[in-house]
Ligand binder design. Structure first.
Ligand SMILES: [Zn+2]
Length: 291
């Protein structure tokens, strides 16, 4: 009898130990969410972060879930999403396949910019929005992992403060630009423009892999002709013939802005990406009128 009790106790202890050692998996929908989560969950033990969208995906406009993604999500504690429609093409499937998976939606309490087809989803490209996204994420992760709530709350507060400081730093840098009109390659920058009081005269494409029509190119050229300086902004890894045509027709310079949907994966990468974008804008708009 005693032997049986001891064996049962041993089994219990083993099960508990294995349960303790098993890390909790938290899945992020795409790159910027992952960077935010890296900061919020910094040094929180037994948490493993995963990202649904593989490197190089960019935005999630065309992203579809594969069976392997569903299997990974089945074991996850939660999925953290950008929200504002960025994941809308796969959320219905997710809801159907695993309705009980907790979702953390980072877009709550953010003023969305409404467009013809719904809200513009590129909310993270604005440091104050990013701060709110991190606060949303931190509060919900702390509730989901109560044993680590204190650490998560402290991390969240620290990172939120860094993002507020980033907003101050970049606002100061971009405060007295001599020109504020830009043309972007994809419709990713209205929140960025809102934060730094820029005027997006036109976006050449809605999605990065969409080829604009000749008519749209002609209309954009006409629009830009009214401006002395209206630089064009491409994106890393993108070669846009349309943008080159517009640049040639209007003699406007071409620079690169990053939507920060890829990078080196470090916890500082969002801040570095925003700083680099601000630096590019200063070069493009601060150099006075184009020759
Ligand atoms: Zn996009």
């Amino acid at each position: 009898m005693l032997k049986k009790i001891l064996a049962a106790l041993l089994l219990c202890a083993l099960l508990m130990a294995s349960a303790l050692a098993e890390p909790v998996t938290i899945v992020c929908s795409f790159y910027p969410i992952r960077i935010f989560a890296e900061n919020v969950l910094k040094d929180v033990p037994e948490v493993e972060l995963q990202t649904l969208a593989p490197a190089g995906t960019g935005c999630l406009h065309d992203f579809q879930l594969l069976p392997g993604d569903l299997r990974a999500l089945d074991k996850a504690k939660c999925l953290i999403i950008n929200g504002a429609g960025m994941e809308s093409q796969f959320l219905p499937l997710l809801e159907k396949e695993m309705g009980s998976l907790p979702l953390i939606n980072c877009s709550e309490h953010i003023d969305l910019i409404e467009e013809d087809e719904g809200p513009n989803p590129h909310i993270w490209l604005n440091a104050l929005n990013a701060r709110q996204m991190v606060l949303n994420m931190g509060a919900q992760l702390a509730a989901l992992l109560p044993e680590h709530a204190e650490k998560i709350s402290a991390n969240t507060a620290l990172y939120a403060d860094r993002l507020a400081a980033l907003h101050e730093e970049l606002s100061e840098q971009l405060y007295d630009l001599p020109a504020r009109d830009i043309v972007t390659f994809h419709e990713a920058y209205p929140y960025f423009a809102e934060e730094f009081h820029l005027n997006v005269v036109a976006s050449v494409a809605v999605e990065p892999d969409e080829a604009p029509s000749p008519r749209m190119i002609a209309e954009t050229v006409e629009l830009i002709r009214g401006y002395d300086l209206c630089p064009l902004f491409s994106e890393p890894g993108v070669s846009s013939d349309a943008l080159q045509v517009i640049a040639r027709e209007t003699s406007q310079p071409v620079y690169e802005l990053s939507p920060i949907t890829d990078g080196d994966g470090t916890a500082e990468d969002y801040e570095n990406g925003m700083r680099k974008n601000a630096e590019t804008l200063k070069q493009a708009l601060g150099a006075g009128k184009s020759n």
